[in-house]
Design a protein around this ligand. Structure first.
Ligand code: COA
Length: 196
């Protein structure tokens, strides 16, 4: 039987930020269904029903869309969606974010945003976009923080950022973050490294 670690890891109180595996897509759907009306409006540009969210998740293409999650105490509370818009050059991708209300304003959106930018660089994506509601001040604050140019039309605000290609450090950053997350979320691995 797996036993808990006898001492806290250096990151024991911090959320685990990592890529979601294909088999975890149901967790993403449950997370989106937990969004309150305002967050649904901000995420989907309108107050969408549970049926809409279920269909959205069922129809998502796992070959072009990747999900990165923030797990707090083991539960998925925030997601960054990375959708590759084309495979030829120059590559473009759209990013979208959702954080459940009790976990908003605690840095999860910013962390996921940075994580998706690093992932985009490592895939040689040269331009990323976001689409958001005009009143979504938090999203706009994060977008500007990471250098996005925002333009406004009548109904929405679009953000756009040009990226440089991958570097040794961007690749290592992603590999190490995924490695740490894997180690933290795999109890058997703790046991193995402790020699039990
Ligand atoms: C928008 C969203 C992704 C942001 O994630 P978050 O985890 O709440 O945001 P963070 O805590 O990382 O950062 C919020 C930033 O906005 C700032 N902020 C908070 N309230 C603000 C306000 N009213 N006006 C301007 N800035 C504000 C914070 O100070 C912080 O900036 P800082 O890091 O420079 O201090 C999240 O709130 C969410 O999921 N909302 C509902 C869905 C949505 O809007 N999705 C985006 C459309 S794709």
């Amino acid at each position: 039987m797996t036993q808990p670690l006898p001492f806290p890891t250096p990151w024991s109180n911090e959320p685990v930020i990592r890529r979601l595996w294909f088999g975890e897509r149901a967790l993403w759907r449950e997370h989106l269904l937990r969004l309150d009306p305002q967050a649904r409006r901000d995420r989907f540009a309108g107050l969408v029903s549970d049926a809409f969210i279920r269909r959205y998740c069922d129809e998502a293409d796992p070959f072009t869309q990747e999900l990165f999650g923030a797990f707090v105490d083991g539960a998925l509370r925030a997601v960054g969606e990375f959708a590759l818009l084309n495979r030829d050059w120059p590559r473009r991708a759209e990013l979208a974010f959702s954080v459940e209300r009790p976990w908003q304003n605690q840095g999860l959106g910013s962390t996921l945003f940075r994580r998706l930018l690093v992932h985009a660089r490592n895939l040689s994506v040269s331009r990323v976009f976001i689409i958001s509601e005009p009143g979504n001040a938090r999203m706009h604050r994060i977008a500007r923080k990471y250098g996005m140019a925002l333009t406004r039309d009548e109904h929405e605000i679009a953000g756009r950022l040009e990226l440089v290609g991958p570097s040794y450090f961007s690749v290592m950053e992603e590999v190490m973050e995924e490695g740490v997350a894997f180690w933290r979320q795999t109890p058997d691995l703790h046991t193995i490294t402790l020699g039990r």
